[in-house]
Design a protein around this ligand. Sequence first.
Ligand code: CTP
Length: 399
Amino acid sequence: MLKGKKIVLGITGGIAAYKAAELTRECVKREASVRVIMTKNAAEFITPLTLQTLSGHPVFMDMYVPMRDFEMAHISLAEFADAVVIAPATANVIGKIASGLADDLLTTTVMATKAPVLICPAMNTNMYGNIIVKENINKLSASGYLFIEPAFGELACRAEGYGRLAEIPDIMEEIESVLTDKDLMGENILVTAGPTREPFDPVRFITNYSSGKMGYALAIAGKRRGANVTLISGPSALPVPRGVKHISVSTAVEMRDAVMENMETASVIIKAAAVADYRPQVRMNTKIKKREGELAVRLERNPDIIAEVGKKKGNRILVGFAVETENLMENARTKLREKNMDIIVANDVTQEGAGFAYDTNIVKIIGTDGNIEDVPLMDKMEAADRILNRIKNIIEQRS
Ligand code: CTP
Protein backbone atom coordinates (compact mmCIF):
# COMPACT_ATOMS: atom_id res chain seq x y z
CA MET A 1 0.00 0.00 0.00
CA LEU A 2 3.05 2.28 -0.15
CA LYS A 3 2.84 2.54 -3.95
CA GLY A 4 4.09 5.94 -5.05
CA LYS A 5 4.69 7.16 -1.49
CA LYS A 6 7.88 9.15 -0.99
CA ILE A 7 9.96 8.15 1.98
CA VAL A 8 13.16 9.80 3.17
CA LEU A 9 15.03 7.27 5.29
CA GLY A 10 17.60 8.72 7.67
CA ILE A 11 20.25 6.33 8.95
CA THR A 12 22.42 7.27 11.90
CA GLY A 13 25.51 5.67 13.37
CA GLY A 14 24.63 2.63 15.44
CA ILE A 15 25.19 -1.07 14.96
CA ALA A 16 21.53 -1.48 13.94
CA ALA A 17 22.35 0.58 10.80
CA TYR A 18 22.74 -2.71 8.94
CA LYS A 19 19.02 -3.34 9.48
CA ALA A 20 18.25 -0.20 7.47
CA ALA A 21 19.17 -2.25 4.40
CA GLU A 22 16.25 -4.58 4.99
CA LEU A 23 13.97 -1.66 5.77
CA THR A 24 14.90 0.00 2.48
CA ARG A 25 14.28 -3.23 0.59
CA GLU A 26 10.87 -3.67 2.21
CA CYS A 27 9.84 -0.09 1.34
CA VAL A 28 11.00 -0.54 -2.26
CA LYS A 29 9.24 -3.91 -2.48
CA ARG A 30 6.02 -2.14 -1.50
CA GLU A 31 6.67 0.29 -4.37
CA ALA A 32 7.59 3.34 -2.27
CA SER A 33 10.10 5.81 -3.66
CA VAL A 34 12.95 5.89 -1.15
CA ARG A 35 15.75 8.40 -0.72
CA VAL A 36 18.39 7.65 1.88
CA ILE A 37 20.26 10.17 3.98
CA MET A 38 23.18 8.75 5.97
CA THR A 39 25.18 10.49 8.64
CA LYS A 40 28.96 10.17 8.51
CA ASN A 41 28.84 7.80 11.47
CA ALA A 42 26.24 5.61 9.78
CA ALA A 43 28.69 5.09 6.93
CA GLU A 44 31.10 3.52 9.44
CA PHE A 45 28.56 0.71 9.96
CA ILE A 46 27.11 0.18 6.48
CA THR A 47 28.26 1.39 3.09
CA PRO A 48 26.34 4.00 1.09
CA LEU A 49 26.72 1.67 -1.91
CA THR A 50 24.50 -0.91 -0.20
CA LEU A 51 21.73 1.63 0.34
CA GLN A 52 22.21 3.13 -3.11
CA THR A 53 21.80 -0.30 -4.68
CA LEU A 54 18.74 -1.18 -2.61
CA SER A 55 16.98 2.19 -2.97
CA GLY A 56 17.94 2.61 -6.62
CA HIS A 57 19.08 6.19 -5.96
CA PRO A 58 22.27 7.91 -4.84
CA VAL A 59 22.62 8.24 -1.08
CA PHE A 60 22.75 11.74 0.37
CA MET A 61 25.36 12.43 3.03
CA ASP A 62 26.83 15.85 2.70
CA MET A 63 25.07 19.21 2.74
CA TYR A 64 27.64 20.95 0.62
CA VAL A 65 28.09 18.52 -2.26
CA PRO A 66 25.77 19.27 -5.20
CA MET A 67 23.09 16.61 -5.41
CA ARG A 68 23.84 14.11 -8.14
CA ASP A 69 20.36 12.70 -8.33
CA PHE A 70 18.94 14.63 -11.28
CA GLU A 71 15.35 14.15 -10.19
CA MET A 72 16.15 15.65 -6.80
CA ALA A 73 18.27 18.51 -8.06
CA HIS A 74 15.64 21.20 -7.60
CA ILE A 75 13.57 19.81 -4.80
CA SER A 76 14.81 19.58 -1.29
CA LEU A 77 14.50 16.26 0.45
CA ALA A 78 12.34 17.95 3.07
CA GLU A 79 9.73 18.86 0.48
CA PHE A 80 10.01 15.58 -1.36
CA ALA A 81 9.10 13.49 1.69
CA ASP A 82 5.62 12.18 2.42
CA ALA A 83 7.27 10.79 5.54
CA VAL A 84 10.73 10.93 7.09
CA VAL A 85 11.81 7.78 8.92
CA ILE A 86 14.96 7.71 11.06
CA ALA A 87 16.07 4.14 11.62
CA PRO A 88 18.12 3.53 13.60
CA ALA A 89 18.00 6.78 15.56
CA THR A 90 20.84 7.21 18.05
CA ALA A 91 20.58 9.08 21.35
CA ASN A 92 22.71 11.72 19.67
CA VAL A 93 20.36 12.46 16.76
CA ILE A 94 17.34 12.44 19.08
CA GLY A 95 19.15 14.93 21.32
CA LYS A 96 20.02 17.14 18.38
CA ILE A 97 16.49 17.23 17.01
CA ALA A 98 15.07 17.87 20.49
CA SER A 99 17.50 20.79 20.94
CA GLY A 100 16.68 22.31 17.57
CA LEU A 101 20.12 21.62 16.15
CA ALA A 102 20.44 21.30 12.40
CA ASP A 103 24.11 20.77 11.65
CA ASP A 104 23.99 18.08 8.98
CA LEU A 105 21.77 17.03 6.08
CA LEU A 106 19.57 14.72 8.15
CA THR A 107 18.82 17.12 11.01
CA THR A 108 18.37 19.98 8.52
CA THR A 109 15.87 17.92 6.55
CA VAL A 110 14.00 16.97 9.73
CA MET A 111 13.87 20.61 10.78
CA ALA A 112 12.65 21.77 7.36
CA THR A 113 10.06 19.11 6.56
CA LYS A 114 6.32 19.38 7.07
CA ALA A 115 5.95 15.63 6.62
CA PRO A 116 5.45 13.32 9.62
CA VAL A 117 8.72 12.13 11.16
CA LEU A 118 8.92 8.60 12.55
CA ILE A 119 11.87 8.03 14.85
CA CYS A 120 13.02 4.46 15.54
CA PRO A 121 15.52 4.58 18.43
CA ALA A 122 18.19 1.92 18.84
CA MET A 123 20.89 2.19 21.46
CA ASN A 124 22.43 0.59 24.51
CA THR A 125 19.85 -0.19 27.24
CA ASN A 126 21.39 2.20 29.74
CA MET A 127 21.48 4.98 27.18
CA TYR A 128 17.83 4.34 26.37
CA GLY A 129 17.05 4.47 30.08
CA ASN A 130 18.98 7.71 30.54
CA ILE A 131 16.75 10.45 31.88
CA ILE A 132 17.95 12.99 29.30
CA VAL A 133 17.15 10.65 26.43
CA LYS A 134 13.72 10.03 27.96
CA GLU A 135 13.11 13.76 28.33
CA ASN A 136 14.13 14.35 24.72
CA ILE A 137 11.77 11.62 23.51
CA ASN A 138 8.91 13.00 25.63
CA LYS A 139 9.54 16.51 24.37
CA LEU A 140 9.58 15.40 20.73
CA SER A 141 6.49 13.19 21.19
CA ALA A 142 4.61 16.12 22.66
CA SER A 143 5.56 18.16 19.58
CA GLY A 144 4.10 15.55 17.21
CA TYR A 145 7.17 13.49 16.36
CA LEU A 146 6.29 9.81 16.18
CA PHE A 147 8.30 7.10 17.90
CA ILE A 148 8.38 3.36 17.69
CA GLU A 149 9.63 1.85 20.93
CA PRO A 150 12.78 -0.24 20.75
CA ALA A 151 12.28 -3.96 21.24
CA PHE A 152 13.42 -5.96 24.27
CA GLY A 153 16.19 -8.47 23.77
CA GLU A 154 19.89 -9.06 23.51
CA LEU A 155 21.82 -6.07 22.22
CA ALA A 156 24.98 -6.08 20.14
CA CYS A 157 26.91 -5.13 23.29
CA ARG A 158 25.58 -8.40 24.86
CA ALA A 159 23.46 -6.55 27.39
CA GLU A 160 19.82 -7.52 27.62
CA GLY A 161 16.99 -5.00 27.80
CA TYR A 162 15.19 -2.34 25.76
CA GLY A 163 17.28 -0.76 23.06
CA ARG A 164 17.19 -3.11 20.06
CA LEU A 165 15.77 -1.51 16.95
CA ALA A 166 12.06 -2.39 16.69
CA GLU A 167 11.42 -5.34 14.39
CA ILE A 168 11.30 -4.42 10.70
CA PRO A 169 7.67 -5.65 10.19
CA ASP A 170 6.62 -3.43 13.11
CA ILE A 171 8.42 -0.42 11.64
CA MET A 172 6.84 -1.14 8.25
CA GLU A 173 3.40 -1.30 9.84
CA GLU A 174 4.00 2.07 11.51
CA ILE A 175 5.12 3.57 8.17
CA GLU A 176 1.97 2.22 6.50
CA SER A 177 -0.14 3.74 9.28
CA VAL A 178 1.59 7.10 9.13
CA LEU A 179 0.98 7.28 5.37
CA THR A 180 -2.70 6.28 5.44
CA ASP A 181 -5.55 8.82 5.54
CA LYS A 182 -7.47 8.55 8.79
CA ASP A 183 -10.88 8.46 7.12
CA LEU A 184 -12.39 5.97 9.58
CA MET A 185 -11.38 7.90 12.68
CA GLY A 186 -14.02 7.60 15.40
CA GLU A 187 -15.40 4.28 14.15
CA ASN A 188 -15.26 1.23 16.40
CA ILE A 189 -14.86 -1.80 14.19
CA LEU A 190 -15.33 -5.32 15.51
CA VAL A 191 -13.85 -7.99 13.23
CA THR A 192 -14.04 -11.76 13.62
CA ALA A 193 -11.48 -13.89 11.81
CA GLY A 194 -10.10 -17.36 11.38
CA PRO A 195 -11.60 -20.79 11.85
CA THR A 196 -13.16 -22.23 14.98
CA ARG A 197 -12.20 -25.53 16.56
CA GLU A 198 -14.88 -27.89 17.81
CA PRO A 199 -13.28 -30.59 19.96
CA PHE A 200 -14.64 -34.09 20.41
CA ASP A 201 -11.92 -35.27 22.76
CA PRO A 202 -8.88 -33.59 24.38
CA VAL A 203 -6.66 -34.14 21.33
CA ARG A 204 -8.96 -33.87 18.31
CA PHE A 205 -11.28 -31.30 16.82
CA ILE A 206 -13.30 -30.38 13.74
CA THR A 207 -12.18 -27.27 11.90
CA ASN A 208 -11.86 -25.77 8.39
CA TYR A 209 -9.13 -24.37 6.14
CA SER A 210 -9.57 -20.72 7.16
CA SER A 211 -6.20 -18.98 7.70
CA GLY A 212 -7.64 -15.77 9.14
CA LYS A 213 -5.91 -13.70 6.44
CA MET A 214 -8.99 -11.82 5.19
CA GLY A 215 -10.18 -10.89 8.69
CA TYR A 216 -6.69 -9.85 9.81
CA ALA A 217 -6.31 -7.75 6.64
CA LEU A 218 -9.59 -5.99 7.48
CA ALA A 219 -8.46 -5.37 11.06
CA ILE A 220 -5.09 -3.96 9.95
CA ALA A 221 -6.60 -1.83 7.18
CA GLY A 222 -9.23 -0.44 9.58
CA LYS A 223 -6.58 0.40 12.17
CA ARG A 224 -4.41 2.12 9.55
CA ARG A 225 -7.43 4.23 8.56
CA GLY A 226 -7.84 5.45 12.13
CA ALA A 227 -10.59 3.17 13.48
CA ASN A 228 -10.49 1.51 16.91
CA VAL A 229 -10.38 -2.14 16.01
CA THR A 230 -11.23 -5.19 18.10
CA LEU A 231 -10.25 -8.46 16.46
CA ILE A 232 -11.86 -11.64 17.76
CA SER A 233 -9.87 -14.46 16.29
CA GLY A 234 -10.15 -18.21 16.17
CA PRO A 235 -6.86 -20.15 16.09
CA SER A 236 -4.61 -18.58 13.45
CA ALA A 237 -0.88 -18.67 12.78
CA LEU A 238 -0.86 -14.96 11.89
CA PRO A 239 0.96 -12.49 14.16
CA VAL A 240 -1.23 -10.33 16.40
CA PRO A 241 -1.55 -6.98 14.58
CA ARG A 242 -0.09 -3.92 16.31
CA GLY A 243 -2.51 -1.36 17.58
CA VAL A 244 -5.51 -3.68 17.54
CA LYS A 245 -7.35 -5.13 20.55
CA HIS A 246 -6.96 -8.87 20.03
CA ILE A 247 -9.22 -11.45 21.65
CA SER A 248 -8.32 -15.05 21.11
CA VAL A 249 -11.07 -17.71 21.07
CA SER A 250 -11.30 -21.31 20.00
CA THR A 251 -14.87 -22.59 19.60
CA ALA A 252 -17.92 -21.02 17.94
CA VAL A 253 -19.59 -20.66 21.35
CA GLU A 254 -16.56 -18.78 22.70
CA MET A 255 -16.61 -16.57 19.60
CA ARG A 256 -20.32 -15.87 20.05
CA ASP A 257 -19.79 -14.90 23.71
CA ALA A 258 -16.87 -12.60 22.81
CA VAL A 259 -18.88 -10.94 20.02
CA MET A 260 -21.86 -10.36 22.31
CA GLU A 261 -19.63 -8.88 25.03
CA ASN A 262 -17.91 -6.51 22.61
CA MET A 263 -20.67 -5.52 20.18
CA GLU A 264 -22.17 -2.85 22.44
CA THR A 265 -19.54 -0.24 21.61
CA ALA A 266 -19.07 -1.27 17.97
CA SER A 267 -20.29 0.91 15.12
CA VAL A 268 -19.31 -1.64 12.47
CA ILE A 269 -19.24 -5.45 12.80
CA ILE A 270 -17.44 -7.51 10.17
CA LYS A 271 -17.88 -11.27 10.42
CA ALA A 272 -15.03 -12.67 8.37
CA ALA A 273 -14.61 -15.77 10.54
CA ALA A 274 -15.33 -19.19 9.10
CA VAL A 275 -17.46 -20.42 11.98
CA ALA A 276 -18.14 -24.16 12.22
CA ASP A 277 -21.88 -24.67 11.82
CA TYR A 278 -21.78 -27.87 13.89
CA ARG A 279 -19.96 -29.16 16.95
CA PRO A 280 -19.68 -32.66 18.39
CA GLN A 281 -22.62 -33.26 20.68
CA VAL A 282 -20.39 -34.89 23.27
CA ARG A 283 -16.90 -33.77 24.17
CA MET A 284 -15.12 -36.72 25.78
CA ASN A 285 -12.86 -35.93 28.73
CA THR A 286 -10.41 -38.61 27.72
CA LYS A 287 -8.98 -39.54 24.36
CA ILE A 288 -11.24 -41.77 22.24
CA LYS A 289 -9.41 -45.07 21.77
CA LYS A 290 -9.65 -46.98 18.51
CA ARG A 291 -11.76 -50.10 18.37
CA GLU A 292 -12.91 -52.53 15.71
CA GLY A 293 -15.58 -51.21 13.34
CA GLU A 294 -16.94 -47.73 12.69
CA LEU A 295 -17.01 -44.72 14.95
CA ALA A 296 -19.86 -42.22 14.72
CA VAL A 297 -19.57 -38.70 16.11
CA ARG A 298 -22.94 -36.96 16.44
CA LEU A 299 -22.94 -33.25 15.66
CA GLU A 300 -25.23 -30.53 16.93
CA ARG A 301 -25.80 -27.01 15.62
CA ASN A 302 -23.60 -24.15 16.73
CA PRO A 303 -25.10 -20.72 17.28
CA ASP A 304 -25.34 -18.65 14.09
CA ILE A 305 -23.45 -15.64 15.42
CA ILE A 306 -24.15 -13.22 12.61
CA ALA A 307 -27.86 -14.05 12.65
CA GLU A 308 -27.93 -13.26 16.39
CA VAL A 309 -26.06 -10.01 15.83
CA GLY A 310 -28.42 -9.17 12.93
CA LYS A 311 -31.39 -9.31 15.27
CA LYS A 312 -29.99 -6.78 17.71
CA LYS A 313 -27.65 -4.70 15.59
CA GLY A 314 -29.54 -1.38 15.85
CA ASN A 315 -27.69 1.23 13.74
CA ARG A 316 -24.54 -0.81 13.53
CA ILE A 317 -23.31 -1.67 10.05
CA LEU A 318 -23.17 -5.45 9.73
CA VAL A 319 -20.92 -7.06 7.14
CA GLY A 320 -20.87 -10.79 6.49
CA PHE A 321 -19.10 -13.13 4.13
CA ALA A 322 -20.55 -15.90 2.01
CA VAL A 323 -18.12 -18.67 1.30
CA GLU A 324 -19.59 -20.66 -1.56
CA THR A 325 -18.65 -23.37 -4.00
CA GLU A 326 -21.85 -23.05 -6.13
CA ASN A 327 -24.70 -20.59 -6.78
CA LEU A 328 -22.58 -17.75 -5.40
CA MET A 329 -24.87 -14.77 -6.01
CA GLU A 330 -28.11 -16.49 -5.12
CA ASN A 331 -26.76 -17.90 -1.85
CA ALA A 332 -25.09 -14.62 -0.94
CA ARG A 333 -28.25 -12.58 -1.52
CA THR A 334 -30.27 -15.00 0.61
CA LYS A 335 -27.75 -14.71 3.49
CA LEU A 336 -27.67 -10.91 3.17
CA ARG A 337 -31.45 -10.75 3.53
CA GLU A 338 -32.05 -13.49 6.08
CA LYS A 339 -29.26 -12.45 8.45
CA ASN A 340 -30.09 -8.73 8.25
CA MET A 341 -26.65 -7.69 6.98
CA ASP A 342 -25.89 -4.36 5.31
CA ILE A 343 -23.16 -5.76 3.09
CA ILE A 344 -22.19 -9.29 2.11
CA VAL A 345 -18.86 -10.20 0.60
CA ALA A 346 -19.40 -13.14 -1.74
CA ASN A 347 -16.45 -15.42 -2.07
CA ASP A 348 -16.37 -18.23 -4.63
CA VAL A 349 -13.60 -20.36 -3.16
CA THR A 350 -13.39 -22.65 -6.19
CA GLN A 351 -11.56 -19.88 -8.10
CA GLU A 352 -7.76 -19.93 -8.28
CA GLY A 353 -6.42 -17.16 -5.99
CA ALA A 354 -9.61 -16.85 -3.94
CA GLY A 355 -10.42 -18.10 -0.48
CA PHE A 356 -8.85 -19.39 2.65
CA ALA A 357 -5.14 -20.01 2.24
CA TYR A 358 -4.28 -17.42 -0.42
CA ASP A 359 -2.82 -13.94 0.16
CA THR A 360 -5.19 -12.79 -2.59
CA ASN A 361 -8.93 -12.89 -3.01
CA ILE A 362 -11.62 -12.43 -5.66
CA VAL A 363 -14.95 -11.23 -4.28
CA LYS A 364 -18.19 -9.47 -5.05
CA ILE A 365 -19.38 -6.86 -2.56
CA ILE A 366 -23.16 -6.76 -2.45
CA GLY A 367 -25.19 -4.13 -0.61
CA THR A 368 -28.84 -4.11 0.43
CA ASP A 369 -29.36 -1.53 -2.35
CA GLY A 370 -28.56 -4.34 -4.82
CA ASN A 371 -25.32 -2.63 -5.86
CA ILE A 372 -22.69 -5.24 -6.77
CA GLU A 373 -19.01 -4.36 -6.89
CA ASP A 374 -16.71 -6.81 -8.59
CA VAL A 375 -13.36 -7.01 -6.84
CA PRO A 376 -11.01 -8.86 -9.21
CA LEU A 377 -7.99 -10.87 -8.09
CA MET A 378 -6.02 -8.69 -5.67
CA ASP A 379 -4.04 -8.76 -2.47
CA LYS A 380 -6.23 -9.28 0.61
CA MET A 381 -5.05 -5.93 2.03
CA GLU A 382 -6.34 -4.16 -1.09
CA ALA A 383 -9.57 -6.16 -1.04
CA ALA A 384 -9.96 -5.15 2.63
CA ASP A 385 -9.71 -1.49 1.64
CA ARG A 386 -12.42 -1.98 -1.01
CA ILE A 387 -14.72 -3.47 1.63
CA LEU A 388 -13.93 -0.63 4.04
CA ASN A 389 -14.63 1.93 1.27
CA ARG A 390 -18.07 0.42 0.85
CA ILE A 391 -18.64 0.63 4.62
CA LYS A 392 -17.50 4.25 4.56
CA ASN A 393 -20.05 5.01 1.82
CA ILE A 394 -22.84 3.76 4.09
CA ILE A 395 -21.49 5.83 7.01
CA GLU A 396 -21.43 8.93 4.78
CA GLN A 397 -24.92 8.30 3.41
CA ARG A 398 -26.28 8.02 6.93
CA SER A 399 -24.68 11.16 8.31
N1 CTP B 1 -21.52 -17.24 10.46
C1 CTP B 1 -21.73 -17.04 11.80
N2 CTP B 1 -22.02 -18.09 12.62
C2 CTP B 1 -22.12 -19.34 12.10
C3 CTP B 1 -21.92 -19.54 10.73
C4 CTP B 1 -21.60 -18.47 9.93
O1 CTP B 1 -21.62 -15.89 12.26
N3 CTP B 1 -22.39 -20.33 12.91
C5 CTP B 1 -21.25 -16.07 9.60
C6 CTP B 1 -19.90 -16.08 8.93
O2 CTP B 1 -18.93 -15.42 9.68
C7 CTP B 1 -20.20 -15.33 7.62
C8 CTP B 1 -21.65 -15.64 7.35
O3 CTP B 1 -22.19 -16.09 8.58
O4 CTP B 1 -20.06 -13.94 7.76
C9 CTP B 1 -21.90 -16.68 6.31
O5 CTP B 1 -21.15 -17.83 6.62
P1 CTP B 1 -21.20 -19.11 5.67
O6 CTP B 1 -20.39 -20.20 6.28
O7 CTP B 1 -20.91 -18.71 4.26
O8 CTP B 1 -22.71 -19.46 5.65
P2 CTP B 1 -23.72 -20.14 6.63
O9 CTP B 1 -24.66 -19.08 7.07
O10 CTP B 1 -23.05 -20.93 7.69
O11 CTP B 1 -24.52 -21.07 5.63
P3 CTP B 1 -24.06 -22.40 4.85
O12 CTP B 1 -22.97 -23.01 5.68
O13 CTP B 1 -25.29 -23.20 4.81
O14 CTP B 1 -23.59 -21.94 3.51
